[in-house]
Ligand binder design. Sequence first.
Ligand code: 13P
Length: 288
Amino acid sequence: MVMVSATEMIKKAHEGHYAIGAFNTNNLEWTKSILAAAEQAKAPVMIQASEGAAKYMGGYKVVADMVRNLHDSMGITVPVALHLDHGTYEGAKACIEAGFTSVMFDGSHFDFEENMAKSKEIIELAHAKGVSVECEVGGIGGTEDGVTSNGELADPKECAAVANLGVDFLAAGIGNIHGKYPENWAGLNFERLDEINKAVNGKPIVLHGGSGIPFDQVSKAISMGVSKINVNTELQLVFADATRKYIEAGKDIEGKGYDPRKLLKPGADAITAKTVELIKAFGSDNKA
Ligand code: 13P
């Protein structure tokens, strides 16, 4: 099966009241592990790369070619979309050209009029090539310079305006944040999610910062219109944890335990296991 845009899988998830996991990749091991997990769980999946991760891997074309080639050589049969996460205006355009099947244009730091104008332009460019588009309203909180901001709350009227531009799915802040959630996090704001869901009139909503949200809150959010859940930090944590254990157990100095194919395996297996667990929590297993 060839790689697909995310439009159809997200639409089906929205109608079927489950969510597609959108997992951030950082390198070859990450990509293989996420693909293996999706195949194991028989789940449609989105693999996404931030602009920073794409730069780290050698550029958008490298990412697109790597994901597509692994997808083909692993004989993946479930629907897979390759998505740009938090794209700039220039980045989104470049990824449409480089072979991504889906892009996010994050214009949330522009004033609203400019965000609308640029979102409209990216939607037109992307749709002309069969590429799906996510836009963002209002910003998502997170940790910067060690200071964790409270999750932001998007304005339902602004969400409705962007939904009406013809975007395929919409990221809106509902108290969620990127990175680890602080002890005193207030949780998702379901009142605001309800207002946004009513305002966007059936447009699928994206939940960023999907690492570490209690599963009961995840399920409730899905029942209220969330159809794509982004996860990055949680896979990084399980990878680091498994790698640390391998080294602390002295396995890297036993025989050829220093061989990267051995050294990185526990972390890669941990990513696969965590991805399968999350796919099941999002309800997208056996939906391929
Ligand atoms: P986490 O790193 O908190 O899982 O957030 C991922 C995300 O939302 C990427 O856009």
